[in-house]
Design a protein around this ligand. Structure first.
Ligand code: B12
Length: 228
Protein backbone atom coordinates (compact mmCIF):
# COMPACT_ATOMS: atom_id res chain seq x y z
CA UNK A 1 0.00 0.00 0.00
CA UNK A 2 1.25 3.49 -0.85
CA UNK A 3 0.01 5.34 2.18
CA UNK A 4 -1.16 2.75 4.71
CA UNK A 5 -2.48 5.23 7.28
CA UNK A 6 -4.77 6.95 4.77
CA UNK A 7 -5.94 3.60 3.44
CA UNK A 8 -6.70 2.28 6.93
CA UNK A 9 -8.56 5.52 7.68
CA UNK A 10 -10.66 5.15 4.53
CA UNK A 11 -11.42 1.52 5.27
CA UNK A 12 -12.37 2.39 8.86
CA UNK A 13 -14.78 5.04 7.55
CA UNK A 14 -16.31 2.54 5.14
CA UNK A 15 -16.70 -0.12 7.82
CA UNK A 16 -18.27 2.45 10.14
CA UNK A 17 -20.72 3.45 7.40
CA UNK A 18 -21.60 -0.21 6.82
CA UNK A 19 -22.22 -0.66 10.58
CA UNK A 20 -24.37 2.46 10.79
CA UNK A 21 -26.42 1.25 7.81
CA UNK A 22 -26.46 -2.38 9.04
CA UNK A 23 -25.03 -3.28 5.64
CA UNK A 24 -23.31 -6.64 6.12
CA UNK A 25 -22.73 -7.11 2.39
CA UNK A 26 -20.86 -3.82 2.06
CA UNK A 27 -18.64 -4.69 5.05
CA UNK A 28 -17.87 -8.16 3.72
CA UNK A 29 -17.14 -6.72 0.26
CA UNK A 30 -14.80 -4.16 1.86
CA UNK A 31 -12.86 -6.89 3.66
CA UNK A 32 -12.73 -9.10 0.58
CA UNK A 33 -11.45 -6.22 -1.55
CA UNK A 34 -8.72 -5.51 1.02
CA UNK A 35 -7.70 -9.19 1.09
CA UNK A 36 -7.59 -9.21 -2.71
CA UNK A 37 -5.20 -6.24 -2.56
CA UNK A 38 -2.81 -8.23 -0.37
CA UNK A 39 -3.89 -7.03 3.08
CA UNK A 40 -3.70 -10.01 5.46
CA UNK A 41 -6.79 -10.94 7.51
CA UNK A 42 -4.96 -10.03 10.72
CA UNK A 43 -3.89 -6.65 9.34
CA UNK A 44 -7.51 -5.96 8.43
CA UNK A 45 -8.69 -7.05 11.88
CA UNK A 46 -6.11 -4.99 13.77
CA UNK A 47 -6.12 -1.85 11.62
CA UNK A 48 -9.75 -1.65 10.57
CA UNK A 49 -12.07 -3.78 12.75
CA UNK A 50 -10.51 -3.17 16.17
CA UNK A 51 -10.19 0.65 15.88
CA UNK A 52 -13.79 0.97 14.66
CA UNK A 53 -15.12 -1.20 17.52
CA UNK A 54 -13.02 0.74 20.03
CA UNK A 55 -14.38 4.05 18.69
CA UNK A 56 -17.96 2.78 18.92
CA UNK A 57 -17.33 1.51 22.47
CA UNK A 58 -15.84 4.86 23.49
CA UNK A 59 -18.78 6.76 21.96
CA UNK A 60 -21.10 4.39 23.86
CA UNK A 61 -19.43 5.27 27.18
CA UNK A 62 -19.85 9.00 26.35
CA UNK A 63 -23.56 8.31 25.65
CA UNK A 64 -23.10 9.45 22.04
CA UNK A 65 -24.31 6.12 20.65
CA UNK A 66 -26.61 3.55 22.21
CA UNK A 67 -27.19 -0.19 22.53
CA UNK A 68 -28.64 -0.62 19.00
CA UNK A 69 -25.36 0.80 17.65
CA UNK A 70 -23.36 -1.81 19.61
CA UNK A 71 -25.72 -4.48 18.29
CA UNK A 72 -25.28 -3.34 14.68
CA UNK A 73 -21.51 -3.41 15.21
CA UNK A 74 -21.75 -6.97 16.54
CA UNK A 75 -23.84 -8.20 13.60
CA UNK A 76 -21.78 -6.55 10.87
CA UNK A 77 -18.39 -7.52 12.33
CA UNK A 78 -19.61 -11.12 12.79
CA UNK A 79 -20.39 -11.23 9.05
CA UNK A 80 -16.91 -9.88 8.23
CA UNK A 81 -15.32 -12.49 10.49
CA UNK A 82 -17.27 -15.52 9.28
CA UNK A 83 -17.54 -14.64 5.57
CA UNK A 84 -14.19 -13.00 4.84
CA UNK A 85 -11.51 -13.20 7.56
CA UNK A 86 -12.02 -16.72 8.98
CA UNK A 87 -11.99 -18.50 5.59
CA UNK A 88 -8.82 -16.60 4.64
CA UNK A 89 -7.10 -17.43 7.93
CA UNK A 90 -8.10 -21.09 7.67
CA UNK A 91 -6.83 -21.25 4.10
CA UNK A 92 -3.42 -20.05 5.25
CA UNK A 93 -3.28 -22.49 8.19
CA UNK A 94 -3.11 -26.25 7.93
CA UNK A 95 -0.96 -27.37 10.87
CA UNK A 96 -1.80 -30.98 11.65
CA UNK A 97 0.01 -31.85 14.89
CA UNK A 98 -1.49 -30.81 18.23
CA UNK A 99 0.42 -28.11 20.10
CA UNK A 100 -1.81 -28.55 23.12
CA UNK A 101 -5.46 -28.64 24.19
CA UNK A 102 -7.34 -25.46 24.94
CA UNK A 103 -10.84 -25.02 26.33
CA UNK A 104 -12.04 -21.49 25.59
CA UNK A 105 -15.17 -19.48 26.32
CA UNK A 106 -16.56 -16.14 27.41
CA UNK A 107 -17.04 -15.82 31.16
CA UNK A 108 -20.38 -16.08 32.91
CA UNK A 109 -22.82 -13.22 32.32
CA UNK A 110 -20.95 -12.03 29.23
CA UNK A 111 -22.06 -12.56 25.62
CA UNK A 112 -19.25 -10.69 23.82
CA UNK A 113 -17.54 -13.11 21.46
CA UNK A 114 -15.82 -11.26 18.60
CA UNK A 115 -12.41 -11.24 20.30
CA UNK A 116 -12.83 -14.71 21.79
CA UNK A 117 -13.65 -16.16 18.36
CA UNK A 118 -10.53 -14.55 16.92
CA UNK A 119 -8.35 -16.04 19.67
CA UNK A 120 -9.96 -19.50 19.21
CA UNK A 121 -9.43 -19.40 15.45
CA UNK A 122 -5.80 -18.26 15.71
CA UNK A 123 -5.04 -21.03 18.19
CA UNK A 124 -6.72 -23.59 15.92
CA UNK A 125 -4.86 -22.60 12.78
CA UNK A 126 -1.63 -22.64 14.77
CA UNK A 127 -2.07 -26.27 15.72
CA UNK A 128 -3.92 -26.21 19.04
CA UNK A 129 -6.92 -28.48 19.65
CA UNK A 130 -9.60 -26.01 20.69
CA UNK A 131 -12.94 -26.69 22.36
CA UNK A 132 -15.02 -23.50 22.17
CA UNK A 133 -17.77 -23.38 24.79
CA UNK A 134 -19.28 -20.18 23.41
CA UNK A 135 -20.46 -17.34 25.61
CA UNK A 136 -21.90 -16.95 29.13
CA UNK A 137 -20.00 -20.06 30.25
CA UNK A 138 -20.35 -21.03 33.89
CA UNK A 139 -17.37 -21.81 36.10
CA UNK A 140 -18.57 -25.41 36.42
CA UNK A 141 -18.77 -25.82 32.63
CA UNK A 142 -15.21 -24.51 32.11
CA UNK A 143 -13.87 -26.96 34.67
CA UNK A 144 -16.03 -29.97 33.70
CA UNK A 145 -15.11 -29.69 30.02
CA UNK A 146 -11.42 -29.05 30.80
CA UNK A 147 -11.39 -32.29 32.82
CA UNK A 148 -13.28 -34.22 30.14
CA UNK A 149 -11.01 -32.98 27.34
CA UNK A 150 -7.91 -33.33 29.50
CA UNK A 151 -7.13 -29.72 28.58
CA UNK A 152 -3.77 -28.07 29.13
CA UNK A 153 -5.14 -24.53 29.07
CA UNK A 154 -8.40 -22.90 30.12
CA UNK A 155 -8.75 -19.61 28.19
CA UNK A 156 -11.40 -17.17 29.34
CA UNK A 157 -12.62 -14.03 27.62
CA UNK A 158 -14.17 -11.26 29.70
CA UNK A 159 -15.28 -7.90 28.30
CA UNK A 160 -17.34 -6.76 31.24
CA UNK A 161 -16.09 -5.72 34.64
CA UNK A 162 -19.04 -7.74 35.97
CA UNK A 163 -17.80 -10.96 34.33
CA UNK A 164 -14.20 -10.57 35.58
CA UNK A 165 -14.93 -12.09 39.02
CA UNK A 166 -15.82 -15.35 37.26
CA UNK A 167 -12.20 -15.63 36.08
CA UNK A 168 -11.11 -15.59 39.71
CA UNK A 169 -13.92 -18.03 40.49
CA UNK A 170 -12.43 -20.62 38.11
CA UNK A 171 -9.04 -20.24 39.81
CA UNK A 172 -10.58 -20.54 43.28
CA UNK A 173 -12.57 -23.67 42.39
CA UNK A 174 -9.51 -25.31 40.81
CA UNK A 175 -7.53 -24.48 43.96
CA UNK A 176 -10.24 -25.94 46.15
CA UNK A 177 -10.29 -29.14 44.07
CA UNK A 178 -6.48 -29.44 44.24
CA UNK A 179 -6.31 -29.07 40.46
CA UNK A 180 -4.71 -25.65 40.05
CA UNK A 181 -1.47 -27.14 38.69
CA UNK A 182 -3.32 -29.42 36.28
CA UNK A 183 -4.71 -26.60 34.13
CA UNK A 184 -2.98 -23.40 33.04
CA UNK A 185 -5.50 -20.57 33.11
CA UNK A 186 -5.33 -17.41 30.99
CA UNK A 187 -7.80 -14.62 30.33
CA UNK A 188 -8.20 -11.68 27.99
CA UNK A 189 -10.58 -8.93 26.98
CA UNK A 190 -10.70 -5.18 27.47
CA UNK A 191 -10.70 -5.06 31.32
CA UNK A 192 -7.98 -7.72 31.68
CA UNK A 193 -4.54 -6.14 32.12
CA UNK A 194 -1.15 -7.67 32.76
CA UNK A 195 -1.16 -6.35 36.34
CA UNK A 196 -4.65 -7.75 36.97
CA UNK A 197 -3.65 -11.11 35.53
CA UNK A 198 -0.60 -11.32 37.79
CA UNK A 199 -2.53 -10.26 40.88
CA UNK A 200 -5.27 -12.81 40.12
CA UNK A 201 -2.69 -15.59 39.77
CA UNK A 202 -3.27 -16.38 36.09
CA UNK A 203 -0.56 -18.22 34.16
CA UNK A 204 0.14 -15.37 31.76
CA UNK A 205 -1.21 -12.42 29.82
CA UNK A 206 -1.71 -11.67 26.13
CA UNK A 207 -3.00 -8.46 24.63
CA UNK A 208 -4.51 -9.91 21.45
CA UNK A 209 -5.08 -13.04 19.38
CA UNK A 210 -1.57 -13.12 17.93
CA UNK A 211 0.04 -12.73 21.36
CA UNK A 212 -2.34 -15.39 22.70
CA UNK A 213 -0.78 -17.94 20.33
CA UNK A 214 2.74 -17.01 21.51
CA UNK A 215 1.62 -17.17 25.14
CA UNK A 216 0.04 -20.63 24.73
CA UNK A 217 3.11 -21.91 22.86
CA UNK A 218 5.33 -20.65 25.69
CA UNK A 219 3.12 -22.24 28.34
CA UNK A 220 3.17 -25.58 26.50
CA UNK A 221 6.96 -25.44 26.17
CA UNK A 222 7.29 -24.92 29.93
CA UNK A 223 4.86 -27.78 30.58
CA UNK A 224 6.83 -30.12 28.32
CA UNK A 225 10.11 -29.08 30.01
CA UNK A 226 8.62 -29.71 33.44
CA UNK A 227 7.41 -33.15 32.33
CA UNK A 228 10.78 -34.14 30.78
C1 B12 B 1 -19.74 -5.02 20.03
C2 B12 B 1 -20.01 -4.80 21.50
C3 B12 B 1 -21.17 -5.38 22.04
C4 B12 B 1 -22.03 -6.37 21.27
C5 B12 B 1 -21.26 -7.73 21.28
C6 B12 B 1 -21.48 -8.55 20.03
C7 B12 B 1 -20.61 -9.80 20.04
N1 B12 B 1 -21.10 -10.79 19.34
O1 B12 B 1 -19.56 -9.88 20.64
C8 B12 B 1 -23.35 -6.40 22.13
C9 B12 B 1 -24.39 -5.48 21.51
C10 B12 B 1 -23.99 -7.78 22.33
C11 B12 B 1 -22.87 -5.79 23.45
C12 B12 B 1 -23.61 -5.86 24.61
C13 B12 B 1 -23.26 -5.22 25.81
N2 B12 B 1 -22.16 -4.44 26.00
CO1 B12 B 1 -20.72 -4.26 24.72
N3 B12 B 1 -19.35 -3.73 23.55
C14 B12 B 1 -19.13 -4.01 22.30
C15 B12 B 1 -17.83 -3.27 21.84
C16 B12 B 1 -18.24 -2.02 21.06
C17 B12 B 1 -16.87 -4.08 21.02
C18 B12 B 1 -16.40 -5.40 21.66
C19 B12 B 1 -15.45 -6.08 20.71
O2 B12 B 1 -15.83 -7.00 20.00
N4 B12 B 1 -14.21 -5.57 20.64
C20 B12 B 1 -13.20 -6.01 19.63
C21 B12 B 1 -12.52 -7.29 20.07
C22 B12 B 1 -11.59 -7.80 18.97
O3 B12 B 1 -11.76 -6.99 21.20
P1 B12 B 1 -11.68 -7.91 22.48
O4 B12 B 1 -12.96 -8.64 22.69
O5 B12 B 1 -11.15 -7.09 23.57
O6 B12 B 1 -10.64 -9.06 22.06
C23 B12 B 1 -9.27 -8.90 21.80
C24 B12 B 1 -8.38 -8.89 23.06
O7 B12 B 1 -9.01 -8.38 24.20
C25 B12 B 1 -7.92 -10.32 23.21
N5 B12 B 1 -8.77 -11.29 23.91
C26 B12 B 1 -10.13 -11.40 23.97
N6 B12 B 1 -10.48 -12.49 24.64
C27 B12 B 1 -9.35 -13.13 25.01
C28 B12 B 1 -9.15 -14.31 25.72
C29 B12 B 1 -7.83 -14.72 25.99
C30 B12 B 1 -7.62 -15.98 26.75
C31 B12 B 1 -6.74 -13.94 25.56
C32 B12 B 1 -5.36 -14.37 25.89
C33 B12 B 1 -6.93 -12.77 24.82
C34 B12 B 1 -8.24 -12.37 24.56
O8 B12 B 1 -7.78 -10.72 21.86
C35 B12 B 1 -8.87 -10.18 21.09
C36 B12 B 1 -8.41 -10.04 19.66
O9 B12 B 1 -7.38 -9.12 19.52
C37 B12 B 1 -17.16 -2.96 23.24
C38 B12 B 1 -16.20 -1.76 23.26
C39 B12 B 1 -14.73 -2.17 23.35
N7 B12 B 1 -13.89 -1.18 23.47
O10 B12 B 1 -14.37 -3.32 23.38
C40 B12 B 1 -18.42 -2.79 24.14
C41 B12 B 1 -18.29 -3.03 25.64
C42 B12 B 1 -17.43 -4.23 25.94
N8 B12 B 1 -19.69 -3.32 26.02
C43 B12 B 1 -20.03 -2.78 27.14
C44 B12 B 1 -21.31 -2.90 27.73
C45 B12 B 1 -21.59 -2.04 28.96
C46 B12 B 1 -22.31 -3.75 27.19
C47 B12 B 1 -23.71 -4.03 27.77
C48 B12 B 1 -23.78 -4.17 29.30
C49 B12 B 1 -24.62 -2.89 27.27
C50 B12 B 1 -26.04 -2.89 27.83
N9 B12 B 1 -26.40 -1.79 28.48
O11 B12 B 1 -26.76 -3.86 27.69
C51 B12 B 1 -24.09 -5.33 27.03
C52 B12 B 1 -23.67 -6.58 27.83
C53 B12 B 1 -24.23 -7.85 27.27
C54 B12 B 1 -23.61 -9.05 27.99
N10 B12 B 1 -24.29 -9.58 28.97
O12 B12 B 1 -22.50 -9.43 27.65
C55 B12 B 1 -18.89 -2.02 27.78
C56 B12 B 1 -18.27 -2.78 28.96
C57 B12 B 1 -17.96 -1.84 30.12
C58 B12 B 1 -17.39 -2.58 31.27
N11 B12 B 1 -16.25 -2.10 31.71
O13 B12 B 1 -17.93 -3.52 31.79
C59 B12 B 1 -17.93 -1.76 26.56
C60 B12 B 1 -16.44 -1.68 26.91
C61 B12 B 1 -18.41 -0.44 25.90
C62 B12 B 1 -18.14 0.77 26.77
N12 B12 B 1 -17.05 1.48 26.54
O14 B12 B 1 -18.92 1.07 27.65
N13 B12 B 1 -21.66 -5.16 23.30
Amino acid sequence: MNNPDTQWGEMQAQLRAAIDGLDEDAAVALAQAALAQGVTPLEFFRNVVEPVLTAIGDAFSRLEVFLPDLMRAGVVVKAVQTKALEPAIRASGGVSSSEGRVVIGTAQGDIHDIGKNMVALMLQVNGFTVTDLGTNVSTAAFIDVARRENADIIAMSSLLTTSLPFVKDVLARLDAAGERARFMVIAGGAPVTEAWSQAAGLNGFAEDAVEAVALCRGLMAKRREAAA
